[in-house]
Write a protein that binds this ligand. Structure first.
Ligand code: PGA
Length: 255
């Protein structure tokens, strides 16, 4: 039985002041929600104050990225332990914007996934194809390459505990959501790979989120699919009401 997980990725939005105001309002809005794991990923600058504002609530914090080294001369980088100390329990790793704009390769993403696990953070490991790749019928091959690379040297038990986010790049920030059937196909493929590589038990326990233009009015349809265990939400997580609605519309009878 997999508990649904809804994560909001704020990207480079919200000042500390705005982030804390959101956190305070949001935690009272969702305080009675049970059986859904709720996560917010503010920018680094707001992680600690948001964690403080969410203390003793049912909302956890994620970082949007991290670096794999413990410490050292890495200007601009933030270590897994620093992220943990700032109050995060999760770390988004391998988001397509990091891959595209900041050059994160599959090897780098794998280092980050392993470093997050070593620091007791739950990775939200993102994979997904571009529009060109989908149109060239390369979706499944791209997913295989990203999964194989990102999960290299990770044990079955660790895979069972982490979170995978399937985010077709063409659906991110475009308003062009994948159909529930397209999401289910990709998720079933991902879970099938996990089953082959790590066994049925690991595949059944690992949560696979969908990301890409998730809104209050399409979450129910997406999460009704057998292999969709929640969502990674960008734009619609910036507004308290709309993110709250996504959370409340995401409850389903899980198998
Ligand atoms: P979006 O972003 O919901 O704005 O499409 C999703 C994401 O990038 O995680």
């Amino acid at each position: 039985m997999r508990t649904p997980l809804i994560a909001g990725n704020w990207k480079m939005f919200k000042t500390v002041f705005e982030a804390v105001a959101f956190a305070k309002e949001f935690k009272s809005l969702v305080k009675d929600v049970a059986n859904v794991d709720i996560v917010l990923a503010p920018p680094f600058t707001a992680m600690h104050p948001v964690s403080e504002a969410l203390r003793a609530s049912n909302v956890a914090v994620a970082s949007q990225d991290l670096f794999w080294e413990k410490d050292g001369a890495y200007t601009g980088a933030v270590s897994p332990a620093m992220v943990r100390e700032a109050g995060a329990e999760y770390a988004i790793v391998g988001h397509s914007e990091r891959r595209r704009l900041f050059g994160d390769t599959d090897v780098a993403v794998n280092r980050k996934v392993r470093a997050a696990i070593d620091a007791d953070l739950t990775p939200i490991f993102c994979v997904g194809e571009t529009l060109d790749e989908r149109e060239a019928n390369a979706t499944l091959a791209v997913l295989d390459r990203q999964l194989q690379g990102g999960l290299d040297a990770i044990t079955g038990e660790q895979v069972a505990a982490l979170v995978i986010a399937y985010e077709p790049v063409w659906a991110i920030g475009t308003g062009r959501v994948a159909t529930a059937a397209q999401a289910q196909d990709a998720h079933a493929h991902i879970r099938g790979r996990l089953r082959t590589w790590f066994g049925a038990d690991v595949a059944d326990r690992c949560r696979i989120l969908y990301g890409g233009s998730v809104k209050p009015d399409n979450i129910a349809e997406l999460i009704a699919e057998a292999d969709v265990d929640g969502a990674l939400v960008g734009g619609a997580s910036l507004d308290v009401r709309s993110f709250g609605e996504i959370v409340t519309n995401s409850r389903r009878a899980v198998i």
